[in-house]
Design a protein around this ligand. Structure first.
Ligand SMILES: [Zn+2]
Ligand SMILES: [Zn+2]
Ligand SMILES: [Zn+2]
Length: 141
């Protein structure tokens, strides 16, 4: 990641608040249909009255992604997050507004398994996301 390192805020020093804050971040993320950056999520949380610090949002998002409770992807050198369905899926993402469609792609699953097997690889995993402009953003150009 290339973003500036967020300043540590004093509220983070209180461990008792961490779980509560992470819960607040989880809820805020769940209310977003789009992939969002930590900064964008922090801003919207602030606007709805939260006092959570940016550093906390960064950490909570990273923890949620690590625990499989959120999907993370890199876009333009920035980490973006979304609360997704827990099962394996792919994304169609608008690179302008972040609108996201979750996709199942049986053809991709088959192809990935076959290619891995053909090369003698086992336990293949893959990440396939499609970026483009959604119909609205394309129309607004
Ligand atoms: Zn997802
Ligand atoms: Zn769009
Ligand atoms: Zn897949």
């Amino acid at each position: 990641m290339t973003h500036a390192h967020p300043a540590t805020d004093a509220a983070d020093a209180a461990p008792r608040r961490t779980t509560k804050q992470r819960e607040a971040v989880r809820e805020a993320l769940a209310s977003s249909e789009e992939f969002v950056s930590a900064q964008a999520l922090h801003q919207s949380m602030r606007q709805s009255g939260s006092t959570v610090g940016l550093a906390t949002v960064y950490r909570a998002l990273a923890a949620l992604a690590e625990d499989g409770e959120a999907d993370a992807l890199q876009s333009g050198g920035e980490a973006l997050y979304r609360a997704c369905t827990p099962s394996h899926h792919h994304h169609l993402i608008c690179r302008r507004c972040g609108r996201t469609v979750e996709l199942e792609a049986a053809a991709v699953e088959r192809w990935a398994g076959q290619v891995a097997a053909a090369h003698g690889f086992v336990e293949p995993e893959h990440v396939v996301d499609i970026f483009g402009l959604c119909a609205e953003c394309a129309a607004a150009r």
